[in-house]
Design a binder for this molecule. Structure first.
Ligand code: HEM
Length: 383
C-alpha cells in the first residue's frame, strides 16, 4: 500500500511538471512570435501610453519600436502597422485575414446587433451589401441622378456665405461644411433636408452628433475584462436614449416613404432615393438575401483611392470606403467653389490656421475654424 502511494505521488509530480514546463514553453514560443512591444502594465496593458490623442501616441511609439508593434488595449491584443510597406501587408497581401472590424459595445447596440454594413463581419451579408452599394446605392448612374441635389446644396452654401458677407459676420467653416454634407447625404438617402431651421432639424443634428460621440468614446467594458458587465461610465443608458430617438425618427420616415410609394404605384417617374431602393430590396421575395427593417435602419445610421499606401484617407482593399466617388465629387467641388468665390480671413491667432487635433474617430479639429469670408467674385450678381 505504501509503495502504491509513493508511485501515485511520483506520478502526480511528473504530471504537474510536464504541464508546467509545456505551458512555459508554449508561452515563450508564442511571445517570441509577436512583434516588439513596450512594457505593459497589469490590467490596463498599454492604455496609459495612448493619451491624449491615440494616433499621435502610436506614431511616437512606432519611432521607437518600429513599423510593426504589438500592444495591449487593456486585455485586448492589438498589432499596429505604421509604414506604407506594413499597411500594404495588412490591406493587400494578407487582406483576407484582416477583413473584420473590432466590435465595441456602443457600435453593436446602436447598429441593432451589428446589423449594419460598415461594422458587419466579413461574410455573406457584407458581400451582399457591398454588391448593392456598388451596383445600385452609390453607382455612377445613381450619383449622376443626384447631381441636381449636390448642385443645389452647394448653391445654398455659397448663398449662406454671401449673406454672412453682407452682414459682416464670421462663420464656423467646419460646422457649415458638416451641414452641407449632412444635407447632401440625407437628401440622397431619404429625401430629407437637415438645414431648415425648425426644431426637428436641430433634433437630427443633435442625434448625429450624439451617435458620433458615443461610437468614438473609449468604453472601459470593451477593453478591461472584469469591467465587461459593469457599466461604470453609464454608457448603456445614453446608448438606449439615442437609439430609441433614432428608432422613432426612422419608423416615421419609413412610414412616410411607404405611403408615398403606395400613392406612386400607379405610375410616375419621380427619382427614387436610397431608402426607396432598400425598401424595394427588402420587399423582393427573390432577393439573394432578406433585408430586415433593422438592416435598413442600421445601414442608414452610420453614415485618393488607396493604391499608394502612403495616404489612405478612404482606407484600402475590400473594406475601403464605398462612398469615395461621391465624397470626392462633393469635397473637390465645394473646395473649388469656396476658393473661387471667397478669400477666407482667419479669426484670431495672427491669421494663421490652428491645426491642433482633437480626439475622435474622424480626426476633428481641437478648436473650430472661424473665418470671415471676403468675396472675390459674386456668383449670384442679383443676390
Ligand atoms: C471625405 C469623406 C469620406 C472619408 C474621408 C471616408 C473615409 C472612410 C474610411 C477611412 C473608411 C474605412 C476604410 C477601411 O477600413 O479600410 C470608410 C468606410 C466606409 N465609408 Fe467612408 N468616407 C467618406 C465618405 C463616405 C460617404 C459619402 C459614404 C456613403 C454615402 C461612406 C460610406 C462608407 C461605408 C459604408 C464604409 C464601410 C465599408 C466596409 O466596411 O466595407 N463614406 N470610409
Amino acid at each position: 500500500m505504501a509503495d502504491f502511494q509513493g508511485y501515485l505521488i511520483l506520478f502526480l509530480i511528473w504530471l504537474v511538471s510536464v504541464i508546467f514546463v509545456r505551458t512555459i514553453i508554449s508561452k515563450t514560443r508564442s511571445k517570441s512570435c509577436l512583434p516588439p512591444s513596450p512594457m505593459a502594465l497589469p490590467i490596463i496593458g498599454h492604455l496609459h501610453l495612448l493619451a491624449p490623442i491615440p494616433h499621435q501616441s502610436l506614431h511616437k511609439l512606432s519611432t521607437k519600436y518600429g513599423p510593426l508593434m504589438h500592444i495591449l488595449l487593456g486585455s485586448v491584443p492589438c498589432v499596429v502597422a505604421s509604414s506604407p510597406e506594413m499597411a500594404k501587408e495588412f490591406l493587400k497581401t494578407y487582406e483576407s485575414s484582416f477583413s473584420n472590424r473590432p466590435k465595441t459595445a456602443a457600435v453593436d447596440y446602436l447598429t441593432y446587433g451589428s446589423a449594419d454594413f460598415s461594422f458587419a463581419p466579413y461574410g455573406p451579408y457584407w458581400k451582399f451589401m457591398k454588391k448593392i452599394c456598388m451596383s445600385e446605392l452609390l453607382s455612377g448612374r445613381m450619383l449622376d441622378q443626384f447631381l441636381p441635389v449636390r448642385r443645389e446644396e452647394i448653391r445654398q452654401f455659397l448663398q449662406f456665405m454671401m449673406r454672412k458677407v453682407n452682414a459682416s459676420e464670421k462663420v464656423d467653416v467646419g460646422g457649415e461644411l458638416v451641414r452641407l454634407t449632412n444635407n447632401v447625404v440625407s437628401r440622397m438617402i431619404m429625401n430629407q433636408i437637415c438645414s431648415n431651421d425648425d426644431d426637428e432639424a436641430e433634433e437630427v443634428r443633435k442625434l448625429v452628433q450624439a451617435i458620433a460621440e458615443l461610437t468614438g468614446k473609449f468604453n472601459l467594458s470593451d477593453y478591461i475584462w472584469f469591467c465587461k458587465n459593469l457599466d461604470l461610465q453609464g454608457m448603456k443608458k445614453k446608448l438606449k436614449q439615442v437609439r430609441d430617438k433614432f428608432d422613432t425618427m426612422m419608423d416615421r420616415i419609413i412610414k412616410e416613404h411607404e405611403e408615398a410609394r403606395k400613392r406612386k404605384e400607379d405610375g410616375g417617374d419621380t427619382v427614387k432615393d436610397l431608402l426607396d431602393i432598400l425598401l424595394d430590396i427588402s420587399a423582393d421575395e427573390n432577393s439573394e438575401m432578406k433585408l430586415t427593417r433593422e438592416n435598413i435602419k442600421a445601414f442608414i445610421l452610420l453614415d485618393v483611392r488607396g493604391q499608394h499606401f502612403h495616404l489612405l484617407p478612404f482606407g484600402s482593399g475590400r473594406r475601403s470606403c464605398p462612398g469615395t466617388t461621391l465624397a470626392l465629387q462633393v469635397v473637390q467641388t465645394s473646395l473649388a467653389a469656396m476658393i473661387q468665390c471667397f478669400d477666407w480671413k482667419v479669426d484670431g491667432a495672427n491669421g494663421t490656421v490652428d491645426m491642433k487635433e482633437g480626439p475622435g474617430l474622424t480626426l476633428p479639429r481641437a478648436h473650430p475654424l472661424i473665418c470671415t469670408p471676403v468675396p472675390r467674385l459674386n456668383p449670384f450678381p442679383s443676390f
